[in-house]
Design a protein around this ligand. Structure first.
Ligand SMILES: [Ca+2]
Length: 221
């Protein structure tokens, strides 16, 4: 089987394989966030207190502390507690200076969780979701982190990454089929314990609806 055949097969059987390796993808501005108003978001969270409920591409984020719930019945808890706001005039290193959209999401963050778990709750088993953490470089030093995503069923998918290792904004993307109602994300900053993850904002998007009779479902492109 050549590589194209493997890729095609992977797409067809994704509902059965259920999860993919987390990946880091650079992005520039709202247009590359992959956020779209025609998608279903169980969570669209903005951490930090400077900006209140910002909008990105027609999707409104909910400003929050370490835990909370939204009107759609989804909740979250265990996220970093301390908040930090960039002061007016503080440059965003790599984001276009629109002062709207993802600029606001990246204008404040929570931090201080060196280790331990956070959860996105209320998911529907059998539905495939994509969680995306949005972050930006904060300094020129190292900020090595490892996130381990645990959607249930003993599945653990880890990604080691350094948000400060480049001059570009990045997304940490994890696609998975929900096994339980909760996605657990284990934070680990032990490589740089003084430089914990800066949690700016995230979404959890429904990307693939699995048919109840195993008929393949509907891929939402
Ligand atoms: Ca934020």
């Amino acid at each position: 089987m050549n590589s194209k055949s493997i890729l095609a097969g992977a797409a067809l059987v994704f509902a059965a394989t259920a999860h993919a390796n987390p990946e880091i993808v650079p992005f520039v501005g709202d247009e590359e966030t992959r956020i779209r108003p025609d998608r279903v978001y169980t969570h669209a969270l903005d951490f930090g207190k400077k900006w209140n409920d910002p909008w990105v591409n027609g999707v409104q984020f909910k400003s929050t502390g370490q835990d909370g719930a939204n009107d759609a019945g989804y909740s979250w808890d265990g996220f970093p507690e301390s908040d930090f706001d960039f002061q007016d005039g503080s440059p965003l290193i790599s984001t276009p200076h629109s002062e709207t959209g993802i600029y606001q999401v990246l204008g404040d963050f929570n931090f201080g969780k060196a280790s331990g778990s956070a959860w996105l709750r209320g998911l529907t088993p059998g539905i495939v979701y994509e969680t995306r953490f949005y972050h930006r470089p904060f300094s020129s030093g190292d900020r090595w982190q490892t996130f381990t995503f645990k959607p249930g069923g003993g599945i653990e998918d880890a990604k080691r990454f350094n948000p400060d290792g480049q001059l570009e904004d990045q997304m940490l993307i994890y696609r998975f089929e929900a096994v339980n109602a909760d996605l657990e994300i284990v934070f680990d900053s032990s490589e740089n314990p003084e430089d914990t993850y800066h949690c700016y904002g995230l979404v959890n998007e429904q990307v693939y609806e699995v048919a109840p009779e195993g008929g393949g479902g509907t891929l939402l492109m």
